[in-house]
Design a protein around this ligand. Structure first.
Ligand code: C2E
Ligand code: MG
Ligand code: MG
Length: 572
């Protein structure tokens, strides 16, 4: 990294959360007040003058203590608010007082100056204590600040730091490119070799990428950062032509694809890289990062290794329209839910799954298969989950009041939502305000949670279980989770994905596959529900192989709340 690059990086990272110092005007005011009060101390201590205070004649000498206290306070404030600078200035002032105080005692035999010496020494002791304290607070703050901008695993700047860095470059009006790298199939390494191997690979890769950035062989000035998961970001400066950017990115790709040996095992990584250029492709930080991501997803989808952002990737009118509808539905609270019944195998109602529903401006329904991914892209899927959870729990609360029903309500929760720190408070709040007992709520989590962030997910799920909420693993079989994850996961219910039910009767092996999933569920003490059951053959097979519950069009499509309430009262 060039000196200039290091300076810019440090300046950007250093400015993030830097301390706000008190203003220099107050510094001057404190100093001035100090000198004025010291002047009054010196003048009053020897004065025989008498002044009137509230009509009472008072010797001016009696005010010396008050002046001296104000002066001491000024010194203390200097050290507290202006830290090192304040300490040094205050120390110099204190030290400068000694010669005159000593001369006054030893030459002029003015022994009242002994109290001045004591006060000055006490002041210095207080200043040193405050300064020591300031130093340890500063060290702690620096550590926190550096942790806030550095990723703990790789030691690279994190997503937050890269955002600030880009914003800084935009303020300077520089041309630069931002690339995002996403490792192909990295989840498989984590699943097959374990997370500690995955972490070692990420660390080694981070070292290699950083070395490539620091070597400057690419001819551009590069800053590599780690976005989390299996994603890295690269900011490329001094890139006057697209060719130069492609050459730089190709060098990172080569570094990344070099064989890596960890614990005597060889790994061959590859990645998809998308990039966008400021100012041609975007004019603000969020947009440039999101365009680089869009290009990266497009690269992944199309199998191209390095791809520059192009408007056509995200200018899909349909996608934009859906995003607008999601925003509108949330802003105007028009999102609603349907309830799909779940039955035990003897056709007794167990409960309902709440499914999000939304209408477009033409009044036609938009499928969750379209708007849930759109909300995920926009980072607001948790708001959809929350709205559906709250509204459907309100419905169940009312129904419980009227019918004392003990049916369950299943709600879908996305990974992002589950990972929010206030998720548990949100669940508690919904249960309290809607008057629904926790045991009547089941939270459906897709299998991918178990792979992405297993520890945090388990922590959160354990808390939910302590509250009495049930947990279901949704769409089971579509992810990569291994049996060891499943055994660690404190769930109550396994939901076999519809795709397995669809194929179940096509071949003996497909049927055995579903049968095996059900057996595994039972061995692990989980109930098993099959999703998307549509015909009698499927139902017969599921009865035969011991499935516990059924959710599918065969016994009930998703319906409006009124119809669900009617179903409950009819079957009660
Ligand atoms: P899911 O949670 O697996 O929900 C089951 C989906 O399968 C529902 O689709 C349901 O209508 C459909 N289904 C059930 N039985 C049958 C059947 O027999 N045949 C057919 N063809 N389909 C059946 P839906 O309502 O379109 O929801 C799709 C997905 O959207 C859900 O899959 C869930 O992953 C997601 N989703 C829905 N609401 C929410 C929500 O509030 N939050 C989140 N994060 N995701 C939601
Ligand atoms: Mg579900
Ligand atoms: Mg499902």
């Amino acid at each position: 990294m060039s000196k200039e690059q290091i300076k810019l990086t440090e300046r950007t990272l250093g400015s993030i959360s830097a301390n706000k110092r008190a203003s220099w005007l107050w510094f001057a005011v404190l100093l001035l007040t100090y000198f004025i009060t010291i002047f009054f101390v010196n003048m009053s201590v020897r004065s025989e003058a008498v002044i009137l205070i509230m009509g009472q004649p008072t010797p001016l000498r009696l005010l010396t203590g008050a002046f001296s206290s104000v002066a001491n306070m000024c010194i203390i404030f200097l050290v507290v608010f202006y830290r090192r600078t304040g300490f040094i200035v205050a120390l110099v002032i204190m030290l400068l007082q000694f010669p005159s105080l000593l001369a006054s005692i030893f030459v002029q035999h003015n022994f009242t100056s002994i109290s001045g010496i004591c006060t000055t020494l006490m002041n210095m002791a207080a200043m040193i204590i405050i300064d020591r304290n300031n130093i340890s607070i500063d060290n702690y703050q620096n550590r926190i600040r550096s942790q806030a901008v550095t990723d703990g695993l790789t030691g690279l700047p994190n997503r937050f730091a890269v955002n600030e860095f880009i914003t800084d470059l935009i303020h300077r009006g520089e041309r630069f490119a931002v690339a995002t790298f996403d490792l192909d199939n990295f989840k498989n390494i984590n699943n097959t070799m374990g997370h500690s191997t995955g972490d070692m690979i990420l660390k080694e890769l981070a070292n290699r990428l950083k070395k490539n950035a620091d070597d400057e062989k690419t001819g551009t000035l590069d800053l590599i950062a780690y976005n989390g998961g299996d994603e890295f970001a690269l900011v490329i400066r001094e890139c006057d032509s697209p060719d130069k950017i492609y050459r730089t990115l190709a060098s990172y790709e080569a570094v990344l694809e070099d064989k890596m040996t960890i614990d005597d095992c060889d790994y061959y990584l590859s990645s998809s890289i998308g990039f966008s250029v400021y100012p041609e492709d975007a004019d603000n930080t969020d947009e440039i990062l999101s365009h680089a991501n869009t290009a990266m997803y497009e690269a992944k989808r199309s199998g191209i290794k390095i791809l520059r952002y192009n408007k056509s990737f995200s200018n899909d009118d349909h996608l934009l329209e859906i995003e607008r509808c999601v925003r509108y539905a949330l802003d105007n609270d028009t999102l609603f839910f349907h309830l799909q019944p779940q039955y035990d195998i003897s056709h007794n109602l167990r409960g309902f799954e709440a499914l999000a529903r939304m209408k477009g401006p033409d009044g036609n329904m938009i499928s969750p298969a379209d708007f849930i991914p759109a909300a995920e892209r926009m980072g607001i899927v948790d708001q959809i989950d929350n709205a559906v959870f709250r509204k459907s729990a309100m419905f169940l609360g009312d129904l419980i009041k009227q019918t004392h029903t003990d049916i369950s309500l299943s709600v879908n929760v996305s990974v992002k939502h589950l990972m929010r720190n206030d998720f548990l408070d949100e669940v508690r709040d919904i249960l309290d305000t809607c008057g629904v007992p926790a045991r009547q709520i089941e939270i459906e989590i897709t299998e991918s949670v178990m792979i992405d962030s297993v520890d945090k997910a388990i922590e959160c799920i354990n808390e939910l279980k302590k509250m009495g909420v049930r947990i279901a693993i949704d769409d089971f079989g579509t992810g990569y989770s291994s049996l060891s994850y499943l055994s660690e996961f404190p769930a109550d219910m396994l939901k076999v994905d519809k795709s397995f039910i669809d194929r179940m009767n096509e071949s003996d092996s497909s049927r055995q596959y579903v049968s095996a999933i059900i057996s595994i569920g039972h061995v692990m003490n989980l109930d098993v529900i099959s999703e998307g059951v549509e015909d009698d053959d499927q139902l017969d097979t599921l009865k035969e192989i011991g499935c516990d519950y059924i959710q599918g069009f065969i016994w009930g499509r998703p319906m409006e709340a009124d119809a669900a309430a009617e179903l409950v009262t009819k079957t009660a």
